[in-house]
Design a protein around this ligand. Structure first.
Ligand code: BGP
Length: 481
């Protein structure tokens, strides 16, 4: 089986990682604007340790420049989007996944009417994409909650936030009816890994953090289903997807104890898709709540909405696989994508320690399709590397070409075996500010951006070697890798 004729090739970005212009045109502060993640962060406790407390947030609010917070500068995408879209068009993109920054439309999240400048900005963005027939895939929430809602309500722990989010989404649906593909929450499962950026939870405000994380997740499910229903009613042609971090877990040995540990890890990883695809909580998760003495408020009325707002397709990010053992101390540990896991002796890691596992992509696709029989969409995949810009403005990133070649090969194998795959968008087709580390030097793009970790540079764009390679892949609809 070949890839669909209308296979959706493209790339994926998030507003907070490319736009910059953090305080322009009435934009409010978002959680991303104050997150100070650094590369030396202990991933084991990620946001829970990483200086996310009231004092730190206040300091960030008081800081009026972008210097200390590279994300506030992004890659100047707010001003340079036309140039960037022309480059995407040159590569032959059919789609661009991007997010609409909640704080451009509702600076504090609580306004009754949207900010006109913000609404206008994305109209220009979509019109520009239209020129090239590039379809937008819109993520409604990509770690971009208004900071005000985090500070005032401890984020998604409070049900009020559901209404604020739905109001924002309704505006998006009314203002941008041309959008055919919508994703509600980026990596929705990440609430339990980095509760601040994912759900606006300030850990010191939580009496029981685990309880709050799962409560927040429940309200995100509710909001997602409400918005999914709304899109289905208001834009009958449009499709809505959930978005997961696919973290396929392998047992460290064939000892049944290790198999069980790995099964448990996979069960937790499937949990969000189970809710968003099937419209109900899996029994194993309800028991997990009991065992962990979590008392999550879930009403029958909310479950009705969740059951009525199931998604049309499953999208996911794929960067790595994990290894579990019953006795964690038997494992050498590694970290990546805010996850800590056993190191897999059969696999290499990137410069940032992320396990590289192309076959794991095939396995993930097969497992997801086998479990849900829903169309799948790979909406993030890529390698963060410290590229070198040569004097003649070339960038020889053969390692990136190898990475993509291997992953796309496995993707095609899965399709060959019958998986229904809608498309593939690489993460960061242009270099952007890293979500976890706030670094520029961790580069994902086919397009190089001349900026460093402190925000210095010309911000000029240069084509890397991988640029021409990806263009050819798209031209041949993946036949030639
Ligand atoms: C995913 C996020 C993205 C992106 C990517 C790479 O988890 O959805 O926003 O950033 O990971 O991560 P990083 O930027 O930390 O290398």
């Amino acid at each position: 089986m070949e890839l669909r004729k209308d296979f959706l090739w493209g790339g994926a970005v998030a507003a907070n990682q490319v736009e910059g212009a953090w305080n322009v045109d009435e934009k409010g502060l978002s959680v991303a604007d104050v997150a100070m993640y650094r590369s030396n962060v202990d991933v084991k406790n990620y946001a829970k340790q990483v200086e996310i407390n009231s004092e730190n947030i206040q300091r960030a609010i008081d800081t009026k420049t972008a210097n200390d917070y590279p994300k506030r500068r992004g890659v100047d995408g707010y001003n340079r989007y036309k140039e960037d879209f022309a480059l995407y068009a040159e590569m032959g993109f059919k789609v661009l996944r991007l997010s609409i920054a909640w704080t451009r439309l509702y600076p504090t999240g609580e306004e009754l009417e949207p900010n006109t400048a913000g609404v206008k900005y994305y109209k220009k963005v979509f019109a520009e994409l239209k020129k090239y027939n590039i379809e937008p895939i819109v993520t409604l929430s990509h770690y971009e909650m208004p900071l005000n809602l985090a500070v005032k309500y401890n984020g998604w722990v409070d049900k009020k936030v559901v209404d604020y989010f739905v109001r924002f989404c309704k505006t998006c649906i009314i203002e941008y009816p041309e959008v055919k593909y919508w994703l509600t929450f980026n990596e929705i499962d990440s609430v339990t890994r980095h509760p601040f950026t994912s759900a606006g939870i300030i850990p010191e405000k939580s009496k029981n953090l685990e309880q709050d994380e799962y409560q927040a997740l429940h309200y995100q499910f509710l909001a997602s289903a409400t918005v999914t229903k709304m899109i289905h009613e208001m834009l009958p042609e449009a499709q809505v997807g959930c978005m997961l971090t696919k973290l396929t877990d392998y047992p460290s040995t064939c000892n049944p104890e290790d198999i069980l540990a790995s099964f448990n890890s996979n069960t937790l990883n499937y949990f969000c898709a189970d809710v968003q695809v099937k419209g109900e909580y899996p029994i194993l998760i309800l028991n997990f709540f009991k065992q962990h003495k979590l008392n999550i408020k879930i009403t029958p009325e909310e479950m009705l909405i969740i059951s009525e707002g199931t998604v049309d397709f499953i999208s996911f990010s794929y960067y790595m696989s994990l290894v579990s053992a019953a006795d964690e101390s038997s494992l050498e540990m590694t970290s990546g994508n805010t996850v800590i896991s056993g190191k897999n002796p059969y696999l290499e890691t990137t410069e940032w320690g992320w396990t590289v596992d192309p076959l794991g992509l095939q396995i993930s696709l097969l497992q997801l399709y086998d479990r849900y029989q829903k169309p799948l969409f790979i909406v993030e995949n890529g390698i963060g590397a410290a590229d070198i810009l040569n004097d003649d403005n070339t960038i020889h990133d053969d390692y990136r070409i190898t990475y993509f070649k291997n992953h796309l090969h496995e993707m095609k194998e899965a399709v060959e075996k019958g998986v229904d795959l809608m498309g593939y968008t690489s993460w960061g087709p242009i270099d952007l500010v890293s979500a976890a580390t706030s670094q520029m030097s961790k580069r994902y793009g086919f397009i190089y951006v001349d900026a460093d970790d402190d925000g210095n540079g010309t911000y000029n764009r240069y084509r890397k070697d991988s640029f021409g390679w990806y263009k050819h892949v798209i031209e041949t609809n993946g036949a030639e890798l």
